[in-house]
Design a protein around this ligand. Structure first.
Ligand code: AMP
Ligand code: GLY
Length: 436
């Protein structure tokens, strides 16, 4: 079948690489794609929210399935547009409609959903411009730090963890009264701070069944030792040793199953991925957030571990026949190191030529492109903040990290930066828990 993949990051390069391996894929198109996705299909210049152009393209090119990478087109109703048009309603879509995408598009919606269906999460209240005073007295009663969340999508910047009540009050006012995050902060969720180790759990849902995919841990801060500002993600590891069978059983019973049932109760026909950000607090899982897509860079660590046919999984999601899908996993460990432009997540320069991309025989490392482009002479140049993701594979985490960093050290451009400590916390955890 012909497939259109939407997006242009490391997640989409990984999807394209995996989709192209399947005999079920005839022609792969990527809108808009990047310099890396070109190797697996045809990049087409359509913006991720230009639904009309996308629909015309699908009709003209006999596309049978659309796989949506990022959240923005989902929150803006890509599925709903396709289904409302006789020309495109037969096309399978991997990604929820507008109603399901509210799980990520509105923190207030997702918190209400969790409360209604008894899904463990941090205690919270939601406030608006009209209830600023109530919000301030609520903040004053909270233990420190206080967590503030803009209700809507804010390009990953809408969560503030405030170390003092004074800071929380002033940020809270600036979100509601000065539109710090634009329309996204017209409502603000104030919530309890959860402490523990974070984990990303991925679920594929087809409306009637679901499959839990391999979990991952990501590294959000820019600096080694989890210091400095948050980024889109600086690395990932999969599997995560503390997510043992016992813990995953709790995740399945307390979180995934009630989430699935809740969607059904709400009459939301959810066909797509859910990425659940969890906190392991003393051995118990709590939901930090839902995302209605796969994570990035987590996808770059997770997808290489899926051995069974990936297009069958996507087709199962889109057509509602996941029941027969047998998920098979590779037994290696994946570790992804993200290489970023100097200055990121602040200001950074683009257009730097990248050297060392040609594989020099390290077959246990995969190079995924994110912010890359080709210049006029066909050379790969940097074209974003997160530029490349390098996924190493190994029989254990140390070996996977060695494979990744060996490859990272062969690649260069002016100003390149990356974290040197991906996976070190897990290696430490393994050392202290090995004899338990
Ligand atoms: P988000 O932008 O929604 O991905 O959130 C960014 C990060 O903020 C999460 O990955 C967590 O590290 C942190 N975070 C969000 N909510 C909480 C919470 N209630 N307690 C502790 N950390 C949180
Ligand atoms: N790595 C976090 C995300 O994709 O949102």
């Amino acid at each position: 079948m012909n497939i259109l993949l939407i997006g242009s990051g490391g997640r989409e390069h990984t999807f394209a690489w995996k989709i192209a391996q399947s005999p079920l894929c005839e022609k792969l198109y990527i809108a808009p794609g990047n310099a890396g996705t070109k190797a697996f299909g045809e990049n087409v210049a359509i913006h991720v929210t230009d639904f009309v152009k996308m629909q015309d393209f699908c009709v003209a090119n006999h596309v049978e399935m659309v796989v949506v990478g990022p959240e923005e087109p989902l929150v803006k109703g890509l599925r709903d547009h396709f289904q409302a048009d006789d020309r495109t309603k037969h096309i399978g879509i991997v990604g929820p409609g507008k109603a399901g995408a509210e799980l990520e598009g509105s923190k207030d919606f997702s918190k209400k959903f969790m409360k209604k269906y008894g899904i463990p999460t941090a205690a919270y209240e939601t406030f608006t411009k009209e209830t600023v005073e109530e919000g301030i007295s609520y903040i004053r009663k909270q233990q420190l730090p206080v967590v503030l969340k803009a209700d809507g999508l804010a390009a990953g910047k809408g969560v503030l963890i405030c170390p003092s009540h004074k800071e929380a009050e002033s940020e809270f006012k600036s979100m509601l009264l000065e539109a710090k995050f634009g329309a996204a902060s017209q409502k603000v969720v104030v919530e309890e701070f959860l402490s523990g180790i974070e984990l990303s759990v991925f679920v594929a849902l087809d409306g009637s069944d679901y499959v839990i995919l391999p979990e991952a841990k990501d590294y959000k801060r820019i600096g080694d030792g989890d210091t400095g500002p948050n980024t889109g993600g600086m690395g990932a590891v999969s599997p995560v040793p503390f997510a043992d069978a016992d813990f995953m059983q709790k995740v399945s019973e307390r979180i995934v199953s009630p989430t699935f049932k809740g969607l059904k109760e709400e009459n939301i026909d959810y066909k797509g991925f859910i990425f659940i950000g969890l906190m392991n607090q003393g051995g118990d899982p709590f939901v930090i957030e839902y995302n209605v897509r796969m994570g990035d860079p987590e996808t770059q660590a997770v997808l290489p571990r899926i051995k069974s046919d990936f297009v069958s999984l996507l087709e199962g999601i889109a057509k509602g026949n996941l029941r027969t899908y047998q998920l098979e996993l590779e037994d290696f460990v994946s570790a992804t190191v993200v290489m970023v432009a100097g200055g990121y997540p602040g200001d950074y320069e683009k257009g730097k030529p990248i050297t060392g991309l040609t594989n020099t025989g390290n077959d246990r490392a995969l190079v995924f492109h994110a912010g890359t482009a080709l210049n006029q002479s066909g050379q790969v140049i940097s074209n974003g903040g997160r530029v490349l993701g390098i996924t190493g594979q190994g029989n254990d985490l140390s070996a996977a990290l060695n494979s990744a960093y060996r490859r990272v050290n062969q690649i260069h451009w002016e100003g390149v930066n990356f974290r040197k400590d991906i996976g070190q916390d897990i290696l430490q955890w393994e050392k202290t828990n090995v004899n338990d």
